[in-house]
Design a binder for this molecule. Structure first.
Ligand SMILES: [Zn+2]
Ligand SMILES: [Zn+2]
Length: 254
């Protein structure tokens, strides 16, 4: 059995949990220490029950809370050499370097990293598996590559960035440079781009689809859900959104 949950998702701080048997890993932590501990408790876990933290990239909404959490609870932190270079505050004694091209074992979990186009030093995302079930995570990418499609195909659960609605982004309050960054090939996925990814991969095994990293300014859960439901030809109520403040409660893969 595998299960997953979110402490929070969005540009104010991301953190997810993936659990398989006795192994529990956190994916990123962009929340302050007290907030992370509180939200872990909300999900029934103490920080010292974590086996470590897997990092996607060095942007502060993903690593901002890791140094204190990892140091206080002596947690290993897995990341690429590029992510380490881009993160001067990284807790040196906790670091375990990985290649974004090589799967590795983490307790009972098999972790498959894959590189993604995003404006960080060496960003990657992950597929977590137990040998039977596969859970794909894609939180930050500006565009979709053939390699991403291959890795995220035939997953049993997908957690996918539905960042913005292009019309809301264009009409919204962001300055022009930031609009171009978010909408660019190394920025963030629009609802249409993420829906296009779902259309381009095998979703027949999917037990859970969770929309993550939604912009609170340039998107609404309704817009994102509608795009995802149209792509999968399923009801909108089947699709979950991970919330910035409330995260997402545990969901099980069977
Ligand atoms: Zn992010
Ligand atoms: Zn980012």
């Amino acid at each position: 059995m595998m299960r997953f949950a979110y402490l929070g998702s969005g540009s104010k701080g991301n953190a997810a949990l993936v659990q398989c048997g006795r192994t529990t890993v956190m994916v990123d932590c962009g929340l302050p220490l007290a907030e992370a501990e509180l939200r872990l408790q909300r999900l029934g876990l103490a920080p010292d029950q974590l086996d470590g933290i897997v990092v996607t990239h060095e942007h502060s909404d993903h690593v901002g809370g890791i140094a204190r959490l990892a140091q206080r609870h002596r947690l290993p932190v897995w990341l690429t050499p590029g992510s380490l270079k881009g993160w001067p505050e990284a807790p040196a004694e906790c670091i375990r370097l990985i290649s974004p091209h090589e799967p590795f074992e983490l307790g009972e979990l098999r972790v498959e990293p894959f590189p993604v186009p995003h404006d960080a030093r060496e960003p990657c995302q992950y597929v977590f598996g137990d040998g039977r079930l596969r859970l794909g995570v894609l939180s930050d990418a500006g565009s979709v590559t053939a390699h991403m499609r291959k890795l995220l195909s035939a997953c049993d659960a997908l957690l996918v960035e539905f960042n913005h609605d292009p019309v809301m982004l264009a009409k919204g309050p962001y300055p022009g440079q930031l609009k171009r960054r978010v909408g660019g090939d190394r920025g963030h996925l629009s609802n249409a781009q993420a829906a296009g990814l779902l259309r381009g991969i095998d979703c027949t095994r999917l037990q859970h689809l969770v929309l993550i990293h939604l912009s609170e300014v340039n998107n609404t859960p309704e817009h994102a859900r509608a795009a995802a439901a149209a792509a999968l030809n399923c009801s909108e109520s089947w699709i979950a959104c991970a919330h910035q403040r409330d995260g997402l409660d545990w969901r099980e893969l069977r």
